[in-house]
Design a protein around this ligand. Structure first.
Ligand SMILES: *Cc1c(COP(=O)(O)O)cnc(C)c1O
Length: 437
């Protein structure tokens, strides 16, 4: 598999190199040089395939031999080890549940595939790999669970102090072993900036072997393509055109869908759903991209002021606003609207949705009304509602059921390293903890 930098098409690397570099040295993002098409005869018979088989076909087409089939199969079987079921709310509204993994959020797919591929390529080296990841909540939990106790890999998670839910914080700070949580006195954007700066710091990279696990890493994006196919498989016999509705923050999930479409997945349209951090819906209506500091909301995993995958979307569509608009519509919603939606979905459909999925639900309702579409909307439920327990219970005025995996971490002790938004302090911490020479 060849990938290029969005800043320079002639800067090309293999999947393995992109996996470990995370970002190209010119600060672009890696994109696949070829987006292969899945054969028509596979697409028309998708229902004959198990989820893992579909994932294997998609990964095999993209990786194009870089990992031998037998090894790739093992990686897929270990990474895609839980289902992604579609639930029908009404004739035109489906919910794709992406929360059946260990951290109860869709990021488990990306984190697990990445951990397995990194462990696969890192088998023969003796130097520990340090994974740096900034999280606004869910990334960290998924990465921590995905990499926990992976030999030869240490994970450093930066999260904004006080800006993730108590349960999310437990997921970041209680695993121990090779998982290290840095509690940053700032915002998610500050965390992300610290990580970006570390990757651009050659003197640091000379000392420790760094890699990223953010949604910018192509290995996070690839497995997110799998479940678009899996969702389509479950609904295509209904004979309706399909619209994917994606609650979005850094836009990795949505970008994966655009790639699935380029691979031949029959998608009529994409709907990007955001909270008050409406940079992309704003771009879609005005043609102007104005990144700005993020504001905190109820759906905090989408509190992103400068979505990192926006450059990939620009790259896919040659920075042409009209083309982008022909693929994606965007809508933004306030916390009050989101709370009302959670109540409405519960009372109308007897379904408990988390705040992120509820933003998606609102976007689908709006799109459906605006275009009077006959299509089937597949809303991504990106996290289990129990991950946002206090909020969802307050909004619904009742207790909700907590999955076992969350119950057990509630009693564990938090362990984190507090740091200020100060790059030198961060760098010194990293050197102190991980310099091996
Ligand atoms: C990360 C996350 C999102 C946003 O996904 P992006 O790929 O960053 O757009 C939405 N919902 C939940 C629950 C998340 O954890």
């Amino acid at each position: 598999m060849q990938l290029y930098s969005t800043n320079n098409k002639s800067l090309q690397v293999s999947f393995k190199e992109a996996l470990f570099q995370g970002l190209p040295i010119d600060n672009g993002l890696f994109m696949p040089l070829n987006i292969p098409e899945i054969p028509k005869e596979v697409i028309t018979q998708l229902d004959k395939y198990e989820f893992q088989e579909i994932a294997f076909q998609v990964a095999k087409a993209l990786l194009n031999g870089e990992i031998p089939d037998d090894d790739l199969k093992k990686i897929i079987d270990a990474a895609v080890s839980f289902p992604a079921p579609v639930n029908m709310l009404d004739e035109q509204t489906a919910v794709l549940e992406l929360f059946h993994g260990p951290s109860l959020a869709f990021k488990d797919f990306g984190a697990r595939f990445m951990a397995k591929t990194m462990a696969y390529f890192n088998q023969k080296t003796d130097k520990d790999l340090i994974i740096l990841v900034a999280t606004s909540g869910d990334t960290g939990g998924a990465v921590a669970a995905g990499f926990h106790q992976t030999p030869g890999i240490q994970v450093v998670i930066l999260y904004p102090s006080g800006k993730v839910s108590p349960l999310q914080e437990k997921q970041l700070t209680t695993l121990g072993h090779n998982i290290h949580a840095f509690e940053v006195n700032g915002t998610f954007d500050d965390c992300q900036a610290l990580v970006k700066q570390a990757f651009l710091d050659q003197t640091l990279r000379d000392e420790i072997k760094l890699s990223s696990a953010n949604s910018i890493n192509i290995a996070r994006l690839i497995p997110q393509i799998f479940y678009y196919w899996e969702a389509y498989k479950q609904v295509y016999k209904k004979g309706k055109p399909v619209v994917f509705v994606v609650p979005s923050g850094n836009f990795g999930n949505l970008t994966a869908g655009l790639i699935a479409q380029k691979m031949g997945l029959p998608v009529q349209h994409f709907v990007a759903a955001t909270n008050a951090n409406d940079i992309v819906p704003d771009y879609l209506s005005s043609g102007k991209y104005n990144p700005r500091p993020s504001v905190p909301t109820l759906s905090n995993a989408m509190d992103v002021g400068n979505p990192s995958n926006f450059v990939r979307i620009m790259d896919l569509y040659s920075s042409t606003w009209n083309i982008v608009k022909s693929h994606i519509s965007g809508y933004a919603f306030s916390d009050t609207e989101t709370e009302n939606a959670i109540q409405q979905i519960y009372h109308t459909h007897n379904y408990i949705m988390d705040p992120h999925g509820a933003v998606g639900y609102l976007a689908w309702e709006k799109y459906r009304e605006e275009f009077q579409t006959e299509a089937l909307g597949i809303i991504f439920e990106t996290a289990h509602p129990a991950k946002f327990l206090e909020e969802v219970e307050r909004i619904l005025g009742q207790k909700i059921k907590i999955p076992e995996s969350l119950q057990s971490i509630q009693t564990k002790d938090k362990k984190s390293t507090p740091i200020e938004v100060n790059y030198l302090e961060f760098k010194n911490q990293l050197l102190k903890s991980f310099k091996t020479k």
